[in-house]
Design a protein. Structure first.
Length: 297
């Protein structure tokens, strides 16, 4: 196929030999399968800010480092230079998160290079060498749901130990590779210690995992891993090997009707967001190929 304009610099620099085909187009980027020597990888081309559906909400930006005070002032004022710096910072966040999490042993696509708004990274495949499906495209047995949920809780713990919260984790940005789930889409990852919204985002991420896997194993709907791991994190006792129970007893003095109402409202908002994401995923998804037997319910 014809090389997209944004990928041409990677071809000129010898990082990409050929663009094989488009993989998907989402709210923040278009992804292509590319050939690099004898290997297939994927190139994530970030959309320009005015063409991107996912807005850089202030809550995601909080706690991120800026190169210097001049850039910080420009970003705050919204000047042309500031918008450019904010856009670069948004894109660089995913690159930095991928390298940090890969180094911490979190199962994410291996990043290779980043040039002119294009991220070159590992192409996650299934056991047959085809592009790995997203979790929302796979029917699970209760046993698989429990296994994958436990694995994802462990990966979220590793992320938190590395100082990051995904911030938008759901079944739509987890791929199912031959060795299990792989976490993708990290430009909105937040600093766990430097962002005041980090716990709320962590609780939403964990809740999304419980809601999805709970469709197949309902007992998972009643687990409380987020508060358990956050309490350990705040105390400095959380490690990648921490054994969690999924249970958490609220201190009596923390019981608050208003807090319960906020949680209910947040859950309803998350449900609406998930339904919108599902509709968008169905609209963006390429035509389905016949499913292999192991993927069918």
């Amino acid at each position: 196929m014809k090389t997209p304009r944004r990928i041409e610099p990677l071809v000129e620099d010898g990082l990409v030999d050929e663009v094989v085909r488009p993989l998907m187009s989402g709210k923040e980027a278009a992804v292509y399968v590319v050939r690099c020597g004898s290997q297939l990888r994927c190139a994530k081309v970030y959309k320009e800010a005015d063409k991107r559906g996912f807005r850089q909400a202030a809550e995601y930006q909080e706690g991120r480092k800026v190169r210097n005070s001049r850039d910080a002032r420009a970003m705050a004022k919204g000047s042309k230079h500031g918008r450019k710096e904010r856009e670069e910072a948004w894109q660089n966040a995913e690159v930095a998160a991928l390298f940090r999490l890969a180094g911490a042993g979190v199962r994410v696509p291996k990043p290779y290079d980043f040039l002119d708004g294009v991220l070159l990274m590992e192409l996650v495949t299934d056991g047959d060498g085809d592009v790995a499906p997203r979790l929302n495209d796979v029917a699970l047995t209760p046993e698989d749901a429990r296994e994958f949920h436990g694995f994802m809780i462990g990966e979220i713990v590793k992320m938190l130990c590395a100082g990051l919260v995904h911030g938008d984790l759901s079944e739509f940005n987890v791929l199912l590779g031959p060795d299990g789930p792989v976490i993708i889409d990290l430009p909105q990852a937040v600093d766990a210690a430097g962002n005041n919204h980090a716990f709320r985002m962590l609780e939403r991420d964990v809740g999304n995992m419980a809601a999805y896997f709970g469709q197949f194993a309902p007992e998972l709907l009643y687990t409380r891993y987020a508060k358990e791991m956050w309490a350990l994190f705040e105390a400095g006792d959380l490690t990648p090997d921490s054994v969690l129970t999924g249970e958490y007893d609220e201190p009596e003095e923390d019981a608050d009707v208003d807090a319960v109402m906020r949680e209910i409202k947040a859950a309803l908002a998350d449900q609406a967001r998930r339904e919108a994401a599902r509709a968008e995923a169905e609209e963006d998804a390429p035509p389905r190929e016949p499913e292999p037997p192991w993927q069918r319910s």
